[in-house]
Design a binder for this molecule. Structure first.
Ligand code: NAI
Length: 289
């Protein structure tokens, strides 16, 4: 049986994943602002440091997996708190856990993204870039200029940033090279306290008019099932994927956006990566003979 860290373990999808892991006999160390094994506020630097100290003390030895589900939904005027939780609450926690994950040999990491990444209009590109580069202050300043759109823009920007961070780390020597499989799950609207609070706020009509071809919201249990697969041996060959589970919204809105052909402008990067890989010893003999 394994040991797993789950952030956002006190509610919604994090709680559903924890229940599944515990039900299968694993040990779960949960993190949340209240009601979990590690109580910490991931919206502050001190809170994240405290969470990391407590986690490293509680996880005695290798860590088989981490599921980073703690997150805030779009909230007007709370852009700073949101990016701290949704971006730094993922990147700082996972970076601190990396050595313990590497020690397990084939650990799995599931990052909670969102299909809002590809379905939210007017998300400032420069804010995403700043978030990916770790400049949260700069990103928040740009996002706050979006006026009434700053809440949804900050949410989508935060989720794009963590998905990009995860994909970049996923393929590196430090992560894939250490046997850690990092992947992202991107849910559509799932009936959790987060969605319920949006449905009872001024954004209710926007949420209800969001097109979901299957004509129902997802459940935390359905998403937990996908996460369990992404933590299982079935994911041994899965690295840097963004798994969209959204009732069809993404395909409806952007049927031709993905898959897409390799743009010519990426050829130099591709050539450089292929040239460098053997030199760094990253290309091994993959045959099993
Ligand atoms: P939820 O609100 O039920 O659970 C989120 C958990 O994160 C809560 O337990 C909350 O206390 C914790 N959290 C929030 N701020 C925190 C902080 N400062 N410090 C520590 N913990 C904190 O939400 P849900 O829906 O289960 O969300 C899980 C993840 O899925 C989130 O990252 C969310 O952005 C994402 N997501 C949710 C969707 C939905 O429709 N419910 C759709 C797409 C993505």
């Amino acid at each position: 049986m394994g040991t797993y860290v789950v952030t956002g373990a006190a509610s919604g999808m994090g709680e559903a994943v924890s229940a599944r892991l515990i039900g299968d006999g694993h040990t779960v160390v949960g993190v949340d602002i209240a009601g979990s094994d590690v109580t910490a506020d991931l919206s502050t630097s001190e809170g994240r440091s405290d969470a990391i100290t407590q986690l490293l003390a509680k996880v005695d030895g290798p860590l088989d997996g981490a599921v980073v589900a703690a997150g805030m939904g779009p909230k007007q005027g709370r852009e700073r708190t949101l990016v701290e939780v949704n971006v730094l609450g993922v990147t700082e926690i996972l970076t601190a856990l990396r050595p313990r994950l590497a020690a397990a040999g084939n650990a799995k990491v599931v990052v909670f993204g969102s299909n809002s990444t590809t379905s939210t209009p007017l998300v400032p590109r420069v804010a995403i870039r700043r978030l990916v580069d770790g400049d949260t202050e700069g990103a928040v300043r740009i996002l706050q200029r979006r006026g009434p759109l700053s809440g949804p823009a900050a949410y989508a920007a935060s989720k794009i940033a963590v998905a990009r961070w995860a994909r970049r780390q996923a393929v590196s020597d430090e992560w894939a090279g250490s046997g850690i499989r990092v992947n992202v799950i991107a849910p559509g609207p799932v009936m959790t306290p987060l969605l319920r609070s949006q449905l009872s706020s001024s954004t209710a009509s926007q949420v209800r008019s969001f097109p979901v071809p299957i004509r129902e919201f997802g459940t935390p249990e359905q998403l937990a099932e996908w996460v369990m697969t992404m933590l299982s041996p079935a994911a041994d060959f899965m690295v840097g994927a963004v798994v969209t589970v959204d009732g069809g919204t993404e395909a409806l809105l952007r049927p031709n956006s993905w898959p897409t052909r390799l743009p010519v402008r990426l050829l130099p990067r591709m050539a450089w990566t292929m040239y460098r890989a053997p030199k760094k010893g990253r290309v091994a003999d993959y045959s099993d003979s």
